[in-house]
Design a protein around this ligand. Structure first.
Ligand code: 5AD
Ligand code: SF4
Length: 441
């Protein structure tokens, strides 16, 4: 049947959506180009920051209207983090939903669809086991289309329990896939013409999968192995936890040519008091030490980060310390969010919640500073050269866009460049969040 997957949230969710797509295509289903043309509609949900369940229920309401107007039969599935938390709620509030699968159960999608089709009238099927090992064991179907830059999830779940975060509840405990399985997946991507791989994990640098030699491999060891792949031009990994940054990874950045000199290293706050209440398990000083260690081995390393403002109990002084920290690091890019209580997490019930208006004010100040810093970082490249892997066509004729080794978006106008090319580009100017330039020949 014709299917469509609506994917919300992070890259890990996109990866899961892609794997579900492979499984469905392998089972003989076909992609639909719109919700209207689909008969199987899958909502792959995320609940890390937004009010995800409200969004889901309003989307489900819209689908219900579509179903009522049509004489065709539909199958509706809800997968991902909201499915994990609210399986019963979803089935009760939206009884037209047929299938509910948690993020570690998505490998069952084709089987559940087949089962639903058999017993259409009564079939309410749900699975929320949180068993990541099982998921990967059964995900090894055929691979269909891939882009130039793709993802591989190498590690899932989290044991850290930061007090604001739902991930340990939504995706379960930390699990690392075996190195052999990851290498095999990367080889398959190479055959499909992929040139850049981003390794994904909630704590990607805590990777400790089993190596073919029976030892536990670190991320640095895995990166060194993947770097040998023929056809691979660039490697990245995301997201790292400051707690697990070590000399080994810093050396990998010095030695591995295809490893991009950029690191996404969320700090969340520049106040030790707030970091402690967040249960982040590092201090500002330790964070700065990570930055220093990486810059020692790779002086041009670009750092990006995540920030939360208005965490419960955050004072004006705490916030000022975040501003000071930003000024010390010089981030190339950053994401910043207002703290939003997630049900079931420790911070949600902390007493001293910050008023929304104050959160909004702090977020504006923080974002202005981070934007300014990103622009300053980018301005520093004018007149210099970066290496760009081109991944998509721009809006205008001959325009083509890609990313530099520092993860900046770079656009050129050049009829001689195609998607998948890697080229040296001289930066001629900056736009609000990207670079423009000309190819050096
Ligand atoms: N409120 C606001 N931001 C959050 N993040 C995670 N949980 C919350 C929350 N409850 C942010 C963190 C994290 C990023 C993926 O999302 O900054 O690094
Ligand atoms: Fe959430 Fe903290 Fe785990 Fe990251 S390290 S997934 S923020 S609990």
């Amino acid at each position: 049947m014709r299917f469509i997957i609506k994917s919300y949230g992070c890259q890990m969710n996109s990866y899961d959506s892609q794997r579900m797509e492979d499984i469905l295509l392998e089972a003989g289903h076909r992609r639909a180009n719109s919700v209207e043309n689909a008969r199987l509609i899958i909502f792959n949900t995320c609940c890390i920051r937004e009010k995800a369940s409200e969004k889901l229920f309003s989307d489900l309401g819209r689908v219900r209207v579509l179903m009522n107007r049509s004489s065709e039969k539909f199958l509706i599935a809800v997968t991902g983090c909201v499915a994990q938390f609210q399986a019963k709620d979803v089935l009760r509030r939206a009884p037209w939903v047929n299938i509910v699968l948690g993020p570690q159960d998505i490998q069952q999608i084709a089987a559940k669809v087949a089962e639903s089709l058999e017993k259409r009238a009564s079939g309410k099927l749900s699975s929320t086991t949180l068993n990541a090992k099982d998921k990967f064991k059964h995900l090894s179907g055929q691979f269909f289309h891939r882009n130039i830059a793709e993802f591989i999830t190498i590690q899932e779940g989290c044991n850290n329990f930061c007090t604001y975060c739902v991930v340990p509840y939504a995706r379960g405990r930390e699990f690392s896939r075996s190195a052999a399985e990851i290498i095999q997946e990367a080889e398959r991507l190479m055959l499909l013409g992929v040139k850049e791989i981003t390794l994904l994990g909630q704590n990607v640098n805590a990777y400790a999968g089993e190596g073919p030699d029976g030892e536990r491999w670190s991320l640095a060891r895995l990166l060194a192995e993947l770097a040998q792949l023929k056809g691979l031009e660039r490697l990245r990994y995301v997201t790292s936890h400051p707690r697990y940054v070590d000399e080994g990874i810093a050396e990998a950045h010095e030695k591995i040519g295809v490893l991009a000199p950029s690191l996404h290293l969320p700090i969340q706050s520049g106040s030790n008091r707030v970091l402690e209440r967040m249960n982040r398990k590092y201090t500002v000083e330790e964070y700065l030490k990570c930055v220093q260690t990486l810059r020692k081995h790779r002086p041009d390393m670009a750092f990006s980060s995540d920030f939360i403002v208005g965490f419960p109990g955050e004072t004006e002084e705490d916030f000022q310390q975040t501003i000071e920290l930003i000024e010390k690091v010089m981030f190339s890019q950053a994401y910043s969010f207002r703290y939003s209580p997630r049900p079931g997490t420790a911070a949600a019930t902390m007493k001293d919640q910050v008023p929304e208006a104050l959160k909004a004010k702090r977020l504006r100040i923080l974002q202005d500073l981070l934007n300014e810093q990103q622009n300053a970082f980018n301005r520093g490249f004018v007149g210099k050269q970066v290496k760009v892997l081109f991944t998509k066509k721009g809006r205008h004729k001959n325009q083509i866009t890609g990313r530099s080794e520092y993860a900046q978006a770079v656009t050129v106008c050049d009829s001689g460049i195609s998607i998948g090319d890697m080229a040296r580009v001289e930066v001629t100017g900056i736009l609000s969040h990207s670079l423009i330039g000309k190819v050096v020949r």
